[in-house]
Design a protein around this ligand. Structure first.
Ligand SMILES: Cc1cc2nc3c(=O)[nH]c(=O)nc-3n(C[C@H](O)[C@H](O)[C@H](O)COP(=O)(O)OP(=O)(O)OC[C@H]3O[C@@H](n4cnc5c(N)ncnc54)[C@H](O)[C@@H]3O)c2cc1C
Length: 457
């Protein structure tokens, strides 16, 4: 039961990928949840297009990784061209040394498919999204938060929750209500993107990066046959409105005839990036794009939001179960102290990668071309690219993912870890605590009482 003053344990604001993942995770832990969404239905935009290995490991715990893998398409290779005429350098992604993950690939899958599958999982867990319902104000009263919700049909009502999770995107009303700043830096680059229907004979599961003198062009495979995502660095005033405009751009930059006959979703945006000053204030948390916005290069945004949710929800569940009440402040604070550095690092890394890809100075571009060929042709660098972008090696404040080797019985180590409570694992002769999010806590990084509580749980 939520505490006496609250209607539910959680109010989740926003049913994008972050809010949906948080809701599924919370129900799995036995928390009571209300999830509200301003839109009337799921967005049809493809937006984020890649799910990474670490995120699939999280979604496996939530119970929907198999459906996602079946609905997506594995990238088999990335072809990098350092100029329009240069021979492509092929990075064979499936042949990399991926190590211990069950998901040794980058998965191409449009965001609306990820949301559809998460919604189905949420329904199976007993959750219901309240569409056309918007958060308009918040009042944190210490042991619960009172939220004002407005339905588009005209109804206005109050809801009280023990905790509120602001998963309401880059223009977050939750963040505004908290008075938390997210200062956006202008990256100084404009991107146009289009999902294009083609008669192309390009290999269906390979991506292309073309570093042309006009600007970078990314050609990304989508699971539907003949459908590709184009992302192009363009001048701010550029107008790309027809299949012919896009066809000509691809022809000029990549020398490829895609046979574009129809445009799907198109968009143009100036890149900005930033991280919220705080990820938690009192009983209210910011997750996903509400907490960090950044360049789409590397496809980290959606993935990071899902991982934010997974970092936070088990902590709230432990507190609800009374297993860690003496540690409540440390546990609640640990969400920000663990996730904010990861967000900052991601914003920094994706900004650097974007600058490298979009540089216009001809001399610097020449140097970049030579350097890229030299570095990217090394197998070790290719391995690091695959696993690094796959978010398997993220480490912060001494916390890192529990390795997932195949065990002699044929299952994997993660299968033996209960994803609801901390587990003590005898690891190379010493006890190591594994958190429910399958993160290894270095001794001392969480108070030892938590391990003792969990051992008795
Ligand atoms: C044009 C574009 C292209 C992108 N391309 C990529 C890409 O290639 N790779 C990548 O990783 N990422 C990409 N992204 C980013 C990616 O889409 C986001 O990182 C991801 O959607 C974040 O998920 P989220 O759930 O945190 O936020 P969102 O998906 O923004 O979801 C927030 C939800 O909250 C709802 N909401 C807002 N305010 C309220 C309120 N007051 N009350 C109730 N509900 C509310 C919104 O309607 C929305 O459904 C792109 C984004 C855009 C816009």
């Amino acid at each position: 039961m939520p505490n006496a003053a609250s209607d539910t344990d959680l109010l989740i604001v926003g049913a994008g990928p972050t809010g949906l993942a948080a809701a599924c995770d919370a129900l799995r832990h036995g928390l009571t949840v209300r999830i509200v969404e301003r839109r009337a239905t799921r967005s049809e935009y493809s937006k984020a297009l890649v799910l990474h290995a670490r995120t699939l490991e999280v979604l496996e715990v939530l119970g929907c990784a198999n459906e996602l893998v079946a609905a997506g398409q594995r990238f088999s290779a990335l072809n990098v061209r350092t100029s329009t005429t240069a021979r492509p350098l092929r990075v064979d992604l499936l042949k990399r040394s991926w190590g211990d993950t069950r998901y040794p690939f980058w998965l191409s899958i449009p965001q609306y498919e990820v949301e559809r599958i998460l919604e189905a999982r949420l329904a199976a867990l007993g959750g219901v999204i309240e569409w056309s319902t918007e958060l308009t104000s918040l009042d944190d009263r210490g042991d619960h938060v009172v939220a004002k919700l407005e339905a588009s049909s005209g109804g206005v009502f109050e809801h009280s929750a023990r905790w509120v999770l602001g998963c309401d995107g880059g223009r977050s009303a939750t963040r505004d209500q908290l008075g938390v700043a997210l200062t956006r830096q202008d990256v100084g680059v404009t991107f146009a993107l289009a999902d294009v229907h083609t008669t192309s004979e390009l290999v269906e599961d390979e991506g292309h990066v073309v570093l042309s003198s006009e600007g970078v062009l990314l050609i990304v495979p989508m699971p539907e046959r003949g459908l590709w995502r184009l992302i192009a660095q363009v001048p701010q005033q550029a107008e790309l409105v027809s299949p012919a405009d896009w066809g000509a751009l691809v022809q000029r930059r990549a020398g490829i005839e895609l046979g574009i006959h129809r445009l799907g979703w198109t968009s143009k945006f100036d890149l900005t990036s930033g991280v919220a000053d705080r990820f938690r204030k009192g009983n209210v948390f910011l997750l996903g794009d509400a907490a960090h916005v950044h360049s789409p290069v590397g496809g980290q945004g959606l993935n990071t939001g899902v991982q934010d949710a997974h970092n936070l929800v088990w902590k709230l569940a432990l507190l609800k179960k009374g297993l860690a009440s003496e540690l409540s402040v440390a546990l609640l604070d640990s969400y920000e102290s663990e996730r904010q550095p990861i967000a900052r690092q991601m914003v920094r890394d994706t900004s650097i990668a974007t600058r490298v890809l979009t540089v216009t100075n001809p001399v610097v571009r020449w140097v970049r071309g030579r350097f890229a060929r030299l570095v990217l042709s090394r197998a070790r660098v290719q391995d690091q690219l695959a696993r690094g972008v796959g978010m398997l090696d993220l480490e912060t404040a001494g916390l890192r993912r529990l390795p997932n080797p195949i065990l002699p019985a044929g299952d994997r180590l993660h299968d033996r870890i209960d994803p609801r409570v901390p587990t003590l694992l005898r690891w190379q002769g010493r006890d190591v605590m594994v958190r429910p999010d399958r993160i290894l806590a270095r001794p001392g990084s969480l108070p030892t009482q938590l391990a003792i509580t969990a051992r008795g749980a």
